[in-house]
Ligand binder design. Structure first.
Ligand SMILES: Cc1cc2nc3c(=O)[nH]c(=O)nc-3n(C[C@H](O)[C@H](O)[C@H](O)COP(=O)(O)O)c2cc1C
Length: 342
């Protein structure tokens, strides 16, 4: 990855929560640098809590420009995000909007607090506020993937997508199985992604996705997720002999984000094992310049393989999954130069 690539590639170095270094501008022009724990919305908003008397807050009140640096766990890759910061008012009462947002930030970064009343009082006493940094551009370096590399950050990033979104669905049980298989294989940096969590309405963007001019937060989150992946496994049902609508809708939302990414299928159904949906999805994904694999897992009468909500694979399922994952890795690597120039 060359320096000064687009912001989307560098987003892969951000997590939902993590630690980063923040640079603001002192009055004399030198950078003021400190470390904070942040939460990120998956798109362009990064937030952290601080107190009103800190140097970075004084700096930001004078000049909202902010730079945020993160690096990979092995230190081999780094990204600097440049943006503009907005400050909430300082916490004034235990139930004002700033304290509500501080509660939200704390929950995302650290989970539940043992005593929220005490936390709220401390926020007011400390004079805390939230810094909201809008990320606008990025530069840095991402170490290229090396085949067979031992470090997860060097492996192609695989998103196992649960394509069914309905309540009480069976998809997650099957997705858990293939996610575990993919992790065991050591071929990928594996992430389970649940389409339901993105709560995508029927496509509601005014612009064609090729313009990448997204107006809705749900689209920005979905775009960031798909962008981060190098390869996909779609764990997908068949509805009325066809692709399920939620998956088709999710595919339609984006364009460049899908380009040059291979996709393997784990389809499931009754007599047809979801194969009609699989074939139909291939027609759509090739239009998005994805590369669907022949190697696939097709689960007939999937209900017969569920025990206490867990998918119990046969030898054939395991064998098909292993062949599909090996091919997915080969193709993901072969397409890497095309993705880099995308
Ligand atoms: C709207 C709808 C249409 C369905 N159509 C098919 C079908 O064409 N072929 C099939 O094998 N199963 C079909 N089924 C049964 C699904 O295989 C079964 O409900 C499965 O659990 C769906 O996956 P999910 O639970 O992850 O959503 C259909 C189910 C629904 C809800």
């Amino acid at each position: 990855m060359p320096e000064n690539s687009g912001i989307n590639e560098f987003r892969t170095l951000l997590s939902d929560t993590g630690r980063c270094r923040v640079a603001t501008l002192k009055r004399d022009g030198r950078p003021q640098i400190s470390t904070v724990d942040y939460c990120w919305d998956g798109a362009d908003l990064l937030r952290f809590s601080t107190t009103a008397d800190r140097a970075k807050v004084h700096n930001l009140r004078r000049d909202g420009r902010i730079s945020i640096m993160v690096d990979s766990p092995d230190g081999a890759s780094y990204a600097v995000f440049e943006g503009t910061a907005e400050l909430t008012p300082t916490a004034g009462t235990t139930d004002d909007a700033t304290v509500e947002e501080l509660v939200d930030v704390f929950r995302r970064v650290q989970g539940e607090h043992p005593d929220w009343d005490e936390y709220r009082e401390a926020m007011v006493a400390d004079g805390r506020l939230v810094v909201r940094a809008r990320l606008e551009r990025a530069y840095g370096f991402i170490r290229p993937t090396s085949p067979g590399g031992a470090n997860a950050t060097e492996l192609p990033r695989l998103h196992v997508l649960v394509a069914s979104t309905r309540p009480e669905r069976s998809g997650p049980a099957i997705a858990d199985w293939i996610t575990a298989k993919a992790k065991e294989s050591g071929l990928f940096d594996v992430h389970l992604v649940d389409l339901a969590e993105f709560e995508l309405p029927l496509l509601d963007e005014p612009n064609h996705p090729a313009a990448r001019n997204y107006t809705k937060d749900h689209t920005k989150r979905w775009s960031a997720s798909v962008d981060a992946a190098d390869a996909f496994v779609f764990v997908a049902p068949e509805y009325n002999f066809a692709i399920n609508a939620a998956l088709k809708n999710a595919l339609d939302y984006l364009f460049f984000e899908w380009h040059y990414k291979p996709v393997g299928f784990v389809s499931y159904g009754n007599t047809s094992a979801g194969l009609r949906a699989q074939q139909m999805t291939k027609q759509v994904v090739t239009t998005l310049k994805m590369l669907p694999l022949n190697e696939a897992v097709a689960v007939h009468y999937f209900g017969n393989h569920l025990e206490d909500g867990r998918f119990v694979a046969t030898e054939q399922h395991d064998g098909a999954a292993e062949a599909m994952l090996a091919e997915l890795r080969r193709v993901a690597e072969a397409l890497a130069p095309l993705r880099a120039g995308n």
